[in-house]
Design a protein around this ligand. Structure first.
Ligand code: GTP
Ligand code: MG
Length: 201
């Protein structure tokens, strides 16, 4: 699938105020600085559709982008930023969990993780929370340009074996780089297939 048009629609912190249209949407979530906004720009072939920064905490709101006039990409704030801990269990910013639990148009959440890092508790907890709430998601490994191909393989294997301690199977995943475009075709064709399946009930 080729992205022919991409436009910013709105930003807000309240899921009730998100676009009313029932177009299918896909949301990018993960720790601050993992590359959510950069990935949206890479997919859309646009340098600064979504605002990016070297400093964590750039994206603070729920941002809707209309793609090819018939589906939405959603850029979210990092959940590792300004989070609050409640006893032992971490809580995520309220509007993030509200977005995922209330947004009926959401077809799939993409949980971004930096391919260089070992599994992080906050990512594992967020994926568990998605699973408990039966919200479909995939994992997107980002910044693959920072590793050699052999190291990519090793990191994925290590990640998978830790995931399999709590999950029956490894969720669908993609290996990407916003710097060199790795994973772009696969991700867009995955989204395209889902869009088609929604249009043909
Ligand atoms: P918040 O909005 O703060 O939650 O961050 P974010 O997840 O949207 O990250 P953002 O896209 O702003 O990128 C953070 C930093 O990582 C920026 O300096 C990007 O240039 C860099 N970055 C993002 N993706 C990649 C990538 O694939 N490769 C490399 N080398 N750098 C990347
Ligand atoms: Mg961002």
């Amino acid at each position: 699938m080729e992205i022919k048009s991409a436009e910013f629609i709105m930003s807000n912190s309240n899921v009730e105020k998100c676009p009313k249209s029932l177009l299918p949407e896909y949301a990018f979530i993960g720790r601050s600085n993992v590359g959510k906004s950069s990935l949206i720009n890479m997919l859309a072939n646009r340098k600064s559709l979504a605002k990016t920064s070297g400093k964590p905490g750039k994206t603070q709101l729920i941002n809707h982008f209309l793609i090819n006039k018939n589906w939405h990409l959603v850029d979210l704030p990092g959940y590792g930023y300004a989070r609050v801990s409640k006893s032992a269990k971490r809580t995520f910013q309220k509007f993030i969990t509200e977005y995922f639990s209330k947004r009926k148009q959401l077809v799939c959440g993409f949980v971004l993780v930096d391919i260089r890092h070992e599994p992080q508790t906050i990512d594992m907890e967020f994926m568990e929370w998605l699973g408990e709430n039966m919200i479909p998601f995939c994992i997107i490994f980002t910044k693959a340009d920072k590793l050699k191909p052999k190291d990519i393989e090793d990191h994925i294997k290590a990640y998978e074996s830790i995931m399999l301690e709590t999950w029956e199977e490894m969720p669908q995943y993609f290996i990407t780089s916003s710097s060199n475009g790795l994973g772009k075709e696969d991700l867009l064709s995955y989204i395209n297939d889902l869009n088609q399946s929604i249009n043909q009930p």
